[in-house]
Design a protein around this ligand. Sequence first.
Ligand code: NOJ
Length: 764
Amino acid sequence: MIFRINKIVLSCLCLILVTSFSCTTKDNSKLNKSNILDHKVDSLLALMTLEEKVGQMNLYNGFWEVTGPMPQEGDSKTKYDHLRKGWVGGMLNVKGVDNVRKMQQIAVEETRLGIPLIIGYDVIHGYKTLSPIPLAESASWDLEAIEKSARIAAVEASAAGINWTFAPMVDISRDPRWGRVMEGAGEDPYLGSKIAAARIKGFQGEDLSRPNTIAATAKHFAAYGFTEAGREYNTVDISTSKLYNMVLPPFKTAAENDVKTFMNSFNDLNGEPVSGSKYLQRDILKGEWNFKGFVVSDWASINEIIYWGRAKNKKEAAEIASKAGSDMDMEGYVYIKELVNLVKEGIVDERIINEAVGRILRVKFELGLFDDPYKYCNKENERKLIGQASHHEAALDMAKKSVVLLKNDNNLLPLKKEGQNIALIGHLANDKNSPLGSWRIASDDNTAISILEGMNAYKGNKLTYKKGVNLYEGITAFAQEVKINTTDRTGITEAINTAKDADVVVMVLGEHGFQSGEARSRTQLDLPGLQQELLEAVYKVNKNIVLVLQNGRPLALEWAAEHIPAILVSWQLGTQTGNAIAQVLYGDYNPSGKLPMTFPRNVGQIPIYYNYKNTGRATNREGNVFWSHYIDQENTPLFPFGHGLSYTNFDYSDLTIESQSYSINGTINISVSVSNVGDYDGKEVVQLYIRDLVGSIVRPVKELKGFELVSLKKGETKRIDFKLTKAELGFYNNNGEFIIESGDFEIFVGGSSDTKLKENFTLK
Ligand code: NOJ
């Protein structure tokens, strides 16, 4: 009843304001959707008390799941009390129609104005049906498939009451020690921007007010991926040109693609904790980019301004963050405690509060929550849509597309389907949990199809499974820490005996899904525990090994790259892992994935990435020691960005560029022939890189500026066209200005970043 009355009051008020506005407008037709929205927001704002406004800026965690440090305050009683007072704008980690309805009912039916809650969750790579982890999906370079994966995640999440996801994570990172590289699109800003756009489109769809689309979040703004030494939550100190050229492009793309929210990050940037960064949030995001949505803090990150030593207490933290443009405080208890007084004391201008609340309300209006706050609370949809067969099919398709074939000596893969004696070895081969990754939301533990199960579906061969060694002894319940086995070798002999007689040994080794993700930085990037020992022991008796890596990040596996004939990167592929891997191993699917991140030879090379700068001493000119190198390791990576093989082979030829000279405003047309010269139909990611040879600041040796995923039948040739314009040829200088300079450029086209096929042109 109260809800109905409130709704009536609100709609009347909106109508009055909208009508009066349209009457005073000379050209009624100019009253567009956005104006109407502004007026709805303003009319609601006019009804709100200061306390209610600050309440909208407060985001509370649900009562049963925690995705950050245990809050030091805010027990359930306080949260319920605040909810009833209208002091909560949204909740996170509440899922399921019944639970969401319960919270929404309090907000809508028990508070004075009945403003609905926004309900957020980390829907990162699926809700119940899990797709591959985002880094894996990015290895597909298949934007359509990635968009579809996000779409399905939105369909399932929205059917469970959720209307806001904390995804996509668009942090560029060059440091695989950082556990969160699993959640992003890798090291490249161009690829990262394309993938960001695809994910946002998938989550938000064409019309946010539909019940199966959800608001997306571009996170973590900004530079979190450059955390020093790859250590989680660490400091970041980078130049303006690196910020603009490497870090910001996917965020800018997200803003251009109308992402509804941004989340800031835990790091500082050049001395300013970013939740308090006016430079990032007001000047760049809301200023330069004219972003209209709202900025949510990360979990207690406003409070952490105190621990950084940038604010002396909550009051100062609230002042700094609100003035800097952080609109909503996630589980930090800072805004709700301090902002009202800060306004009353005249320290924070109420216009800052109005602006933040206006942004939040706007997104709620766009979601259609004021029309029907329970639109995501449909039991029938929840039952019908979540986990439906078509979602599993799509997850399988995405999983196959995400696999990267690093190496395939003597065409060991694909495996023959009959008459073979195959040994399958490794703890992870029989693990139904690890492939789900560390963001598994509503998916139940142990629900992935294991590789053993997937391979068992192929009946023509004799398949014998042995664990070899345990990767881990256990996983702690709350923190989900993986206790790695470093002592128990009892299964090794059995594995050796099985491998001895096998035609081919498939070894599934790597990291557990809980060894990457937030707070999972590593200093070693080898195979954890006793797996390397197992690999070498098996290799001694049988060299026909296919190594299937399960990993949440690039690993440094020099020995394996040198000795093992076939290596597949399978990441954590989600619910359909085993089916996907089996189909790839048996050649029912021809892999086409390409690395979105460089694989180093060892940890000492990190950060290592393809778009590095040349240095003044790039080569060993006189055969002496004074050049940029290591004395104990090569400079080159183990596997470069963009690398990935197929069961077939592709040939590149006839790279042509229309002219050798262009004006700065011109369009450069490039084309190349790609032929499938092998024995299978296949797909290839054709990649275009540029090098700006001389610049007013040093330019990278290569930059990805175009790619196309092409299907080629056996024997087929296609001509692929690319265009380069100002947007691709320019760059940001150290003042954050986008400039384009005349001079000589090289272009490279091929199937990896180390392609040598090259042409030149000059910009005049
Ligand atoms: C902390 C993480 O950094 C962020 O990405 C996530 O969305 C929040 N916790 C909420 O779970």
